[in-house]
Write a protein that binds this ligand. Sequence first.
Ligand SMILES: Nc1ncnc2c1ncn2[C@@H]1O[C@H](COP(=O)(O)OP(=O)(O)O)[C@@H](O)[C@H]1O
Ligand SMILES: [Mg+2]
Length: 331
Amino acid sequence: MTPPSISPPAITETAITGPAIAALACEGLSKRYGELVAVEDVGFAIAPGQAYGLLGPNGAGKTTTISMLVGLLRPDAGTVTVGGVDLAEDPMRAKAGIGYVPQEIALYPELTGRENLRFFGRLFGLPRREVAGRIEEVLDLVGLTGRADSRLSTYSGGMRRRINIGAALLHRPQVLILDEPTVGVDPQSRKAILDGVERLVEEGMALLYTSHYMEEVERVCDRVAIIDHGRIIADGTRQELISLVGSADKVELSLDGDVDTALAKLRVVEGVIEAARTGATSIRLITEGGRYLLPSLITAVDGCATVTATQVVEPDLEATFLHLTGSTLRD
Ligand SMILES: Nc1ncnc2c1ncn2[C@@H]1O[C@H](COP(=O)(O)OP(=O)(O)O)[C@@H](O)[C@H]1O
Ligand SMILES: [Mg+2]
């Protein structure tokens, strides 16, 4: 069997022949444990080359959702497709398209990094002649080429997690699923993980990234679903989610020239809600649309002052979560 290609030509082809088939899609996923609703009516679709984030606090239902997506847990309701293949109808083919990195690490401490990867390569049934080359590729991707011949028992937790990610990539999956990959990981490994993941997405891999760290999801993901008590309560691009807060951006301007006249002119620019002088050469504005408004602000003061510095302070996903749930992501 030829492993599914993640190269750009495959994507171009689907773009010409019709709408791209989602690398991973689910609909109506639900799971109860007795009285507890762990996951309720979760659905989304991830295209090739798209990074989708599930952002939610501990206990929100992220791992339960993933367990159903990868076929480890049978949903009470709902469907999962991988590259258009229904997981319930053809689990073998559907699972071949998934690279899954669980929260728990399962590796052999007495084997080296490279030996662990070789073990997983055989386990996945990769052709022997292909395994060696793939191992070098994934070692490079997770930044462990230099440590590949040391035993796992000498690795940091973060380095082990990186080998786990490498193992999930050996069979060239269409979609990579990472369950809180940076929890308990040292800063160097965290950076290697995020860099590697961004590279994969650029190359056309679909990504499902779960975390309760807002900064990571904001950095890595094109679209984000906010999950709380088992339900997706909002989903969209970062900008769309943040606009739900409805709160305005704060803009700080430093100016050279007639600051009072500039202030009067700025007050009447469309999108400016408030403007106040905060120092001899500085003005603070409350606006709708923040950085998109900067060109009009600069034009408005033309003739009486020049803008020497700007700073836009935007609300973030944490603010959105707070707005929607009334609580914070981290307890
Ligand atoms: N096997 C199980 N039995 C009973 N309750 C469970 C089980 N697995 C998870 N839960 C509960 O389901 C909810 C969602 O858990 P989980 O999916 O692990 O959340 P997250 O990964 O977002 O932290 C939690 O309330 C958790 O306690
Ligand atoms: Mg979890």
